[in-house]
Ligand binder design. Structure first.
Ligand code: DX5
Ligand code: ZN
Length: 211
């Protein structure tokens, strides 16, 4: 069964509690929180205060996606907010392996993400440290972009190597591309626009969980 992690970026910022409750009531599995620093990506979003507030209000696991150049300075802070998992990017400078080990030592699920132009071969050596590989299926930075189906091959490659951790896809995911993602070996799908703008997220979740 594919798990769904709605990306809060697509929620109405003035009605975030209402919108999050709606996707939780619909049966989603995780909440995906996109943290953007305006350096690694050309956009700025939230900080740890939002993750902490979500953790105090909701019990659903919080899947924190750090689109940041220097996440090592913030890993402890985000861990204290009650996040379930922290994903960092493979393209950042610094000791990525050390950061993954640190996230794991803090007791959180470790995530490593690759942008569309980054081959999975570049992270192969790191896979023993990675609980979830996040395959970006759009250029990170903004919601509402078109799904890049060429990224399916990365998921197939990871499974062909025998990677048994979780694989997550992020960007432009909709019900229409979930069958291909599932067939490739996906576990978790981030859905921003498709879930928060849906007329009937509960019906969508039933369809997805029955796939
Ligand atoms: C993009 C973010 C995604 C994004 C997904 O940089 O990492 O999580 O919000 O949104 P949709 O599903 O609308 O493409
Ligand atoms: Zn994301």
């Amino acid at each position: 069964m594919i798990k769904i992690a709605p990306s809060i970026l697509a929620a109405d910022p003035l009605n975030m509690e209402r919108d999050v409750q709606r996707v939780i009531d619909a049966g989603c599995d995780l909440l995906h929180v996109d943290i953007m620093d305006a350096h690694f990506v050309p956009n700025l979003s939230y900080g740890p205060a939002l993750v902490e507030a979500l953790h105090q209000r909701f019990t659903i696991p919080l899947d924190v996606h750090l689109m940041m150049d220097n996440p090592e300075k913030y890993i402890d802070t985000f861990a204290k907010t009650g996040a379930w998992g922290i994903t960092i990017h493979a393209e950042i400078p610094g000791d990525v392996a050390g950061m993954l080990r640190h996230i794991r030592e803090l007791g959180l699920s470790t995530g490593l993400s690759v942008k569309p132009g980054t081959p999975v071969e570049s992270i192969r050596q790191l896979l023993p440290l990675v609980d979830m590989v996040l395959i970006m299926t759009v250029e990170p930075g903004f919601g509402g972009q078109k799904f890049q189906s060429a990224m399916l091959e990365k998921i197939r490659t990871l499974r062909a190597w025998g990677y048994q951790g979780m694989i997550e896809a992020d960007g432009g995911v909709a019900i229409s591309n979930l069958p291909d993602l599932k067939a490739a070996g996906l576990d978790v799908a981030v859905m921003g626009t498709a879930m928060y703008r849906s007329n009937d997220p509960a019906r969508d979740m039933q369809i997805i969980h029955a796939m």
